[in-house]
Design a protein around this ligand. Sequence first.
Ligand code: 13P
Ligand code: SF4
Length: 354
Amino acid sequence: MEALELSVKQMEERIQEIKKKLGSRLYILGHHYQKDEVIQFADDIGDSLKLAQLAAENKEAEFIVFCGVHFMAETADILTNANQKVILPDLEAGCSMADMATLEQAEKAWQYLTHIYGDTIIPLTYVNSTAAIKAFVGRHGGATVTSSNAKKILSWAFTKKQRVLFLPDQHLGRNTAYTLGIQLDEMAVWDPIKEELELDGDVNNIKIILWKGHCGVHQNFTVEDIKHLRRTEPDMKIIVHPECTFEVAQMADENGSTNKIIQTIEQSESGSKWAIGTELNLVNRLKHNNPDKKIISLNPYTCINCYTMNKIDLIDLLNSLENIVKGRVVNQIIVDEKTKEDALLALNNMFMIK
Ligand code: 13P
Ligand code: SF4
């Protein structure tokens, strides 16, 4: 029977059946932003750093079904062995932020920036970027970062060179650099569309060049949301993801990676009240798992889901598994060998930095 003809219960039973049948040949990974209907079947759940590490550690599974977005599946393909196949249940599960930096744009920016700054600059890229961008960064001696380790990796970069080009999320770059004491007038923004550098002060004083990219999900949380909450719920604490704007991150009580948000909520006192500025599936799961705390989205009036993360549903997951059982590998994510080799340099630099 086709997945579409089955009830939810029948689909769930069939997934369990296939998981049992394939055993350790199958490994399902799920990002925290995935829907509950999918995440319930993940062998491991994590943020992007943890999922990259788990994919690298697993040498056994023949099929890694990645319930997340395209760049995460690419990273898994780079980090796994040649005999392991990484499958993305829905190829439309991309990341709009990752798509904001292409290799061609990065090459042009690099040409422009090295013309001004010579050999005083090193690139870093948020893992939310294509394999081609990671490879570009690897070729130029840089590293990848995640929201959990951005501060540590940025500090490392400044031990290597005077300046950093940070791709593709300007907000994570700005928020992290500021925590290292870099002032706003020491930051410039590279606009890849206009191919120009936006800055307030002296070009020679610039320490970090932020790529003009952003996350359309996290940019939805605003200063107005925080002001409204401070008026209506003055005893509620606010925690946001560093993909939110600088102003929002500054006004919040805390900001941190997906992992930090989860830990902060789980370790907070019973009865505490939290407004969270991140993806709604995660906020709802935290609310469900912490019934002794009051938890709301920082913007409870808008459905702040990651549209592309939410592309993957129960039917997609079941279809991927049915195809594996039939000996067909559909929606495999394959990064070409040269890109893999260079991207691995950037990923390994990240893993090596202590
Ligand atoms: P994490 O690195 O916190 O998992 O975030 C990934 C992501 O896409 C956030 O929008
Ligand atoms: Fe990309 Fe934003 Fe979705 Fe994360 S939440 S996957 S950065 S679009």
